[in-house]
Design a protein around this ligand. Structure first.
Ligand code: NAD
Length: 361
């Protein structure tokens, strides 16, 4: 697919979810790699993950801005507050918007459905409306909207690897349904208002200062506290784990290439719309992933060499909303952006374990 090149030097970039795992890492990378950029971070700092960790991440971003001389502005506000979103667009006029703010997690949606509707649907709608009106009065407006979708849209699909050409109409969680809805809404807005948009289906992202609700992190916390870890579907799961640096590299490349604007035979815009997978394309067996995690936690000194892992493992059935396998077909990403994730779990979990040791002591 032909792409319009987007220059990031000298631009203002809005990153929502900037206190989050992926958002904070992306903000740092943009600040480091480009000149004369202004990064506007937007996040309401939910307590779904520890607030202290989000504040720690924001400090790292601030430090990076100081070191690079680029501008960093942080707005604490909720995406479901349309006025707050419109005010940010009016004041900073972002050229590129990366929407990462969302209520994440599959299991949490069972007990907290409202927050998914507010953040993921109303919040995303507010972003689309703000993008739409960014062109009012002939302004250049938003050149590219990039937003997080998820591998969970593939639900229980049996055909692997998962391709963006596959049918994804059978979500098995409310979270997945909101992410698929984001793709549909983005398509309509791209068609109606010629907004160049790219959705990214991330596959299980992990790494230092990651999300505490995700398996590798919560398992580490539990093992350290001498508690048991639950291994779902009796360990019979495969996941395409993607290290954070690979995700950030993928997002950054995508930000700089927007789907081309063109007119169809009817004289109306062909929607400048695309969706990509970002995943390693090498799914790991959950039990192998746990073995590597154990080894790396010992190597980094988080757990003692004689830790009795076996007595802390509980094999339990599958949870509602979970899927047995995720496996990304990243060919389209490689074809259009010359990149596919490549960092393996030994290196990635090793870096997580080292960060964990330093952060928690
Ligand atoms: N980490 C993964 O494995 C993964 C996989 C697939 C998709 N995703 C998607 O990628 C995006 C980033 O994920 P992450 O892992 O960094 O999650 P995260 O929870 O660390 O970050 C999301 C951030 O959004 C903020 N937020 C939530 N609701 C908000 C609202 N209404 N207004 C403003 N801010 C709000 C939170 O405070 C949080 O800091 C999310 O959209 C997530 O659904 C992540």
């Amino acid at each position: 697919m032909t792409k319009d090149k987007i220059e990031l030097n000298g631009k203002t970039i809005l990153i929502t979810g900037a206190a989050g795992f992926i958002g904070s890492n992306l903000a740092m990378r943009v600040l480091k790699d480009f000149n004369d950029v202004t990064v506007v971070g937007f996040d309401c700092i939910t307590d779904y993950n520890p607030v202290e960790l989000k504040e720690w991440r924001l400090k790292q971003v601030e430090k990076t801005a100081e070191e690079t001389g680029n501008k960093w502005i942080f707005i604490k506000a909720d995406l479901s507050d349309s006025k707050a979103v419109f005010d940010v667009f009016a004041e900073y006029k972002p050229s590129v918007v990366v929407n990462l703010a969302a209520q994440a997690g599959v299991r949490y949606s069972i007990d907290h459905p409202d927050t998914y509707i507010n953040s993921n649907l109303i919040g995303f709608y507010n972003i689309l409306e703000a993008c739409r009106h960014s062109y009012d009065g002939g302004e250049l407006g938003v050149e590219h909207l990039v937003y997080a979708s998820s591998s969970s849209v593939y639900g229980g699909n049996k055909k692997v690897p998962f391709s963006t050409d596959d049918k994804v109409d059978n979500p098995v969680s409310l979270y997945a349904a909101t992410k698929k809805s984001n793709e549909l809404l983005a398509h309509a807005y791209s068609k109606l208002y010629n907004i160049p948009s790219t959705g990214l289906r991330f596959f299980t992202v992990y790494g230092p200062a990651g999300r505490t609700d995700m398996f590798y992190f919560s398992a580490t916390n539990n093992l350290r506290a001498g508690k048991n870890i639950k291994i779902f579907n009796f360990g019979n799961c495969k996941r395409d784990f993607t290290y954070i640096d690979d995700i950030v590299e993928g997002v950054l490349r995508v930000m700089q290439g927007a789907p081309e604007k063109a007119l169809g035979e009817d004289g109306l815009p062909v929607p400048p719309y695309a969706v990509y997978n970002i995943g390693g394309g090498a799914p790991e067996n959950l039990l192998d992933y746990i073995t590597v995690l154990q080894e790396e936690l010992i190597r980094a000194g988080v757990l003692p060499a004689d830790y009795d892992f076996e007595s802390h493992k509980e094999l339990v059935p599958m949870q509602p909303g979970d899927v047995p396998v995720t496996y990304a077909d990243s060919e389209a990403l490689e074809r259009d952006y010359g990149f596919r994730p490549a960092i393996g779990i030994r290196e990635g979990l090793g870096k997580f374990a080292e960060w964990y040791k330093e952060y928690y002591g």
